[in-house]
Ligand binder design. Structure first.
Ligand code: BGC
Length: 886
């Protein structure tokens, strides 16, 4: 017998070989490398060493876990002595299989600790003693020399607002919009870069440019409510290791500064860059900076410095225009084919002082000029003023736009496709999911959902990427959390955002509607504030990560207690500020639902989830207390809102009945009746959803769960208003904010890139293809595979790069056969539901494995689970399977 292969895909805190980890007890994950069916890990041994050489000798001088009997290969917590700031640690792991055979050790990996204590910093915040609304961009520089051989160098750097940094003329790192967005009064992230290859012996220089972005652009539609009017500031510390001593370069008052060529820059309005103001060589050694002024020290206002927490913002796609048209004399329209988010790189030849104007838009006027009305006060225009020096290239750096079209004026030559390159960038979490099926309308909308997701991941989940908003709206995010977690690995992204939410939480217990909290401050509204509970729960379901629950626990609890404190007369009916207004309700619904029951339904849901999560992290008495509170809310809810004659909830709309059914509020035994009301309503509406943000997430899953799957499918492929298909048929290439964005006036609230109505993606993956996490054994350690074919759909498939490996399902049906191929990652299990009566026979890889209601295949491989007559349910372990049901 051969043992397992050496473990692969080693990750520390979900990243491979990360620099800049400031987690005291980091966690390790790997994939078990064993293709055989039913492969499990029975034990592991993990070694952490202080050098690659020591590790090579199979010694863990820092930590040797020794052989641990465990089936866990994800998020194993480091359990050795305290780790040191700035140190690199090397690690590897081996595993044992069911027969106690050991694998070899994995290829070595490493991670590097960042700064763990305030005492690790000797840098100071520096800048120019100048404020402004917004402040003008500056650039800063420092020259230094290195006399000894350079072994290795790290740069730890941050700024307020955003920075771009160069060493010896070369830009450091690929990240954009650094340092990312956090609640700046509380904390700011820093980035860690390996800059060894940027440095040389002799004279060197480091130079940084600062712009406003989230810090001092002025955010919000109320004329711009800035966090700050400056000064812009930089904070950096570089450690250079040589055979002799360590050399440190830090920001202090020996740096020099001057205005940069970014003469204007704000997040919403765009950038004006005057290339005539460039100073060639400014970020290299041997530059004459005598005319520059001295940087001043800026008071450290006590904000925390934390290492980069979510995935950095990076370019993931470079696009050429699909069409370029001259729409008026000298005015060119670039069409990028789809609604994208990022900005364009300009490549141009022009005479000195000629000004290129680029206006960004999602829409066109008649005559094909750009229509910017739906951006409201966002001007979304970049200007580049040429220096007149051959071919010039420009990236605006301190802004981003949501656009399909760019209108360009001021060119001296006819442009071609090399003139503009569309750069798509976003918080670059790993893409994990794929879905497709035989219904093209669903494939098209699936693409829109993905585009909507990446278009709204800029350090925080935003509502939209284009107008004067782009804020971390809580309701949007919680509704889309599950779909997003199929599409990409969102664990670190949400973990970082949860910290932002809790940083801003009020001492009274409430969280805010948007986080970082700005523009819309004050107690959050029902279903919006509940993101503080729902998001950690989704991260737990999808990634089995308990730490997000532990970290967020007090914050979630304070929110639930806040709602309890605001409940009227102990009736468990919570109201936000007074008892007449209950928040946003089922936002943008075609048929609005009463808002008060929605608030109580969410109060129940959060309380129930809190109780469940308390149990998961061992807080038994809280688990009991919140279960009990939830039970009381349930009684009050049904007394007040359920009509016992019709079995319909107040309002009788789709959403009015969907939320109670989804959350488990419906009294036992009445679920089918409530579901029937929903189905009747959908039929009455001609197979259309009339839901808003909140109900949309649940409508198709609940129809499918309660026996109306065919109706769910026909609603999903609907192309008349209101429907997802209607968006596609009317030209949507991302997800609209409104079901009727095409007919509503543009000036108000009408974005073409809001992901909320994209929450239907969860049904594509989880119901049509049929891949779902089992919350009892989360993170897809145990998955549920339950494909639901529909009449008219020939095939569907989905795959998911889980933390254990690739999980995939592909099915197709003909009149005589249902075939399904599945692939289950090593060290995981799957409960697979065949959508056929238990009279049927199942053949797997040519062998009959189920017949006459019994498993006839290898009982070690196929385990019969209890199932209703119209399904066959078996449990299988890892491996590739090819099932046919005749
Ligand atoms: C945002 C939404 C948000 C809503 C709250 C809008 O302006 O764009 O997506 O959730 O306000 O009502």
């Amino acid at each position: 017998m051969v043992g397992p292969g050496t473990p692969i895909a080693l990750k520390c805190e979900y990243q491979s070989n990360p620099l800049g980890i400031d987690v005291e007890y980091p966690r390790f994950s790997w994939m078990v490398n064993d293709e055989s069916r039913g492969a499990v890990q029975t034990a592991y041994q993990l070694l952490v060493a202080s050098s690659a050489d020591i590790l090579e000798k199979d010694r863990g001088d820092v930590w040797d876990s020794e052989k641990i009997f465990s089936d866990q290969n994800h998020l194993i917590t480091y359990d050795g002595p305290a780790l040191a700031s700035g140190r690199r640690y090397f690690w590897k792991v081996r595993t044992w299989n069911r027969d106690d055979q050991a694998s070899g050790y994995s290829v070595p990996s490493y991670w590097e600790m960042a700064m763990l204590t305030p005492g690790d910093w000797s840098a100071k915040w520096i800048g120019k003693d100048e404020k402004g609304r917004p402040p003008r961009s500056i650039m800063l520089r420092k020259e230094f020399s290195i006399d000894e051989d350079i072994q290795d160098a790290r740069l730890y750097i941050t700024g307020l607002g955003n920075y771009i940094v160069y060493i010896n003329g070369r830009k450091v790192g690929e990240d954009l919009l650094t340092p990312g967005w956090t609640d700046y009064p509380t904390k700011v992230q820093y980035q860690t870069y390996d800059v060894t290859s940027h440095l040389k012996n002799g004279k060197n220089a480091i130079g940084a440019v600062l712009g406003n972005m989230w810090w001092s652009s002025g955010l919000g539609w109320r004329g711009g409510v800035a966090y700050s009017d400056g000064p812009l500031r930089l904070f950096a510390q570089m450690k250079i290791r040589t055979p002799g001593e360590e050399q440190w370069i830090v920001t202090d008052d020996s740096w020099k500064l001057t205005y940069s060529p970014f003469v204007e820059n704000t997040i919403y309005h765009g950038v004006t860059y005057d290339a005539r103001l460039e100073q060639p060589g400014w970020n290299e050694g041997d530059f004459d900076d005598t005319s520059w002024e001295k940087a001043i020290l800026i008071e450290d206002e006590g904000r925390r410095l934390v290492a980069q927490q979510g995935p950095p913002i990076r370019i993931t796609e470079r696009k050429k225009a699909v069409a370029i048209r001259e729409v008026k004399p000298g005015v060119y329209l670039f069409d990028f084919g789809v609604n994208m988010v990022g900005y364009v790189r300009l490549r141009v030849e022009g005479s000195k002082g000629s000004r290129i104007k680029m206006r960004f838009a999602e829409l066109l006027n008649e005559g094909d000029t750009v229509a910017q009305e739906n951006l409201r006060s966002a001007i979304a225009t970049d200007y580049y003023i040429c220096k007149g020096d051959g071919i010039e290239e420009f990236e605006p750096f301190f802004t981003y736009h949501g656009f399909r079209y760019v209108q360009v004026e001021g060119l001296e030559k006819v442009p071609d496709e090399s003139t503009l390159t569309g750069l798509v960038f976003h918080s670059a979490a790993d893409a994990t999911g794929e879905f497709s099926c035989s219904a093209d309308i669903l494939n098209a909308f699936y693409g829109n959902i993905f585009r909507g997701q990446i278009g709204n991941m800029h350090s925080v989940p935003t509502d939209c990427p284009q107008r004067d908003e782009r804020l971390g709206w809580m309701g949007d995010a919680q509704i889309f959390a599950a779909t997003s977690s199929y599409n990409m690995n969102m664990a670190n992204f949400y973990k970082k955002w949860m910290r932002d939410i809790i940083d801003c939480q009020d001492p009274e217990g409430f969280v805010h509607d948007v986080n970082p909290a700005i523009v819309v401050k004050g107690p959050s509204k029902p279903a919006w504030g509940d993101a503080v509970v729902v998001v950690p729960w989704e991260v737990y379901r999808f990634y089995g990560d308990k730490r997000i629950i532990e970290e967020s626990y007090e914050g979630m609890k304070a929110w639930v207690e806040y709602m309890r404190a605001k409940s009227v007369n102990d009736l468990y009916i919570w109201s936000n500020e007074d008892s007449t207004w209950f928040g946003y309700g089922d936002w943008i619904a075609v048929e609005p639902s009463p808002a008060q029951p929605i608030s109580v339904a969410y109060y129940y849901y959060s309380t129930k989830l809190l109780g469940k999560m308390a149990g998961i992290i061992g807080k038994e008495s809280d688990a009991i207390a919140y279960d009990d509170l939830a039970a009381r809310i349930k009684i009050a809810f049904n007394e007040k809102y359920l009509n016992r004659e019709t079995n319909s909830y107040e309002g009788g709309t789709q959403t009015a009945n969907l939320l109670p059914l989804a959350f488990g509020l419906v009294p036992e035994g009445l679920e089918d009746e409530v579901a029937r009301n929903i189905a009747d309503n959908v039929l009455e509406k001609g197979k259309h959803p009339t839901t808003g943000f909140l109900g949309t997430k649940y409508i198709l899953p609940l129809l499918s769960d309660y026996g109306y799957h065919q109706l769910a499918y026909e609603t999903a492929i609907q192309t008349t208003y209101p429907s997802w298909g209607y968006m596609v048929e009317n030209g949507a290439t991302s997800v609209w904010e409104l079901w009727n964005s095409d007919t509503e006036p543009p000036e108000g609230m009408n974005s073409r890139n809001h992901f909320a109505l994209g929450s239907v993606g969860e049904w594509y993956y989880g119901y049509l293809a049929g891949i779902r996490p089992d919350p009892e054994v989360p993170g897809f350690k145990r998955s549920i595979i339950r494909p639901l074919p529909a009449a008219g759909l020939e095939w569907a498939k989905a795959s998911l790069e889980t933390i254990y490996g690739l999980l995939s399902v592909s099915w197709n049906q003909t009149d005589s056969q249902f075939k399904i191929d599945v692939s289950i990652p090593p060290n995981t299990f799957s409960e697979i539901h065949f959508p056929v009566s238990n009279e049927k026979k199942i053949i797997e890889s040519g062998q009959v494995i189920f017949e006459n209601k019994e498993v006839t295949g290898d009982p070690d491989q196929f385990k019969r689970l209890n199932s209703p007559d119209d399904e066959i349910v078996i449990e299988i372990g890892s491996g590739d399977y090819y099932f046919i049901v005749e």
